[in-house]
Write a new protein. Structure first.
Length: 243
């Protein structure tokens, strides 16, 4: 790398012109102003797009670094290389410092914006809550009134049921007595029916026995009549020998 110590004397006469060229190389970073302008703060009252602002800062930082690389490359073709590079680094540092400051401001503004949005949302919810408080109170009162009415109605039904308990008990007892009487009459009727059936069966047997006895006597009577008639016929018949 060429320096003042190892440059031949004839070349020193060209130092003035080379110094001018070195200054020109350092001025290669001057077009940074438009890039920084891209990352500038928005006008007052305008809606901020923090994402777009961060992108603009990133683009400006990339453009600054690119121009430094270009200037550094250009410095190696100059006489005062180190001085040229130092000036390019200083210009880069200043621009990056401005961009960093801008980046911090954008971050702080975004956090403040988010905090303000949260405050507005909380205030809105609180206002809505307070505005709906009378309606909620009315609804709660209506619910309590309806619940108390149902409770009272239930208490009235319970009291009525308790008051009717003796009558229900008497009705149940009367029903049980009536059922018992019915069961007793049913049992008596069944026993009477069974007795009547047995009596009918005995009557049938007695009648059949009487009929058989009557038929037997009728048959015996007819047999006696027939025998008597036969004997009478024999007695009236003529006897040849008179006896």
């Amino acid at each position: 790398m060429p320096t003042v110590a190892n440059v031949p004397k004839p070349v020193l006469f060209q130092a003035a012109s080379l110094a001018v060229l070195a200054l020109a190389a350092g001025a290669a970073l001057l077009p940074a102003r438009p890039a920084l302008a891209q990352a500038s703060a928005p006008a007052a009252g305008a809606t901020r797009d923090f994402g777009a602002e961060r992108k603009a800062i990133g683009d400006s930082r990339a453009w600054t670094n690119y121009r430094f690389s270009a200037a550094e490359h250009e410095c190696y073709s100059k006489f005062f290389v180190n001085s040229c590079i130092d000036k390019a680094k200083e210009a880069q540092r200043q621009e990056l410092q401005v961009l960093r400051k801008r980046e911090l401001e954008v971050g702080e503004a975004e956090r403040a914006h988010r905090a303000a949005e949260r405050d507005r949302e909380q205030a809105l919810r609180r206002a809505e809550f307070e505005a709906s408080q009378p309606q909620r109170a009315a609804s709660e009162q209506s619910s309590r009134t309806a619940f108390e009415k149902k409770q009272q109605e239930q208490q009235l039904r319970d009291a009525q049921r308790q008051g009717e308990a003796p009558q229900r008990a008497a009705n149940a007892q009367a029903y049980q007595q009536k059922q018992s009487d019915f069961d007793a009459r049913m049992k008596e009727a069944q026993q009477k029916g069974a007795e009547q059936a047995r009596q009918r069966e005995e009557n049938v047997k007695a009648y059949e026995a009487k009929q058989r006895d009557l038929e037997r006597r009728q048959k015996e009577l007819e047999e006696r009549r027939a025998k008597a008639k036969e004997q009478q016929g024999q007695a009236s018949a003529p006897r040849p020998f008179g006896f």
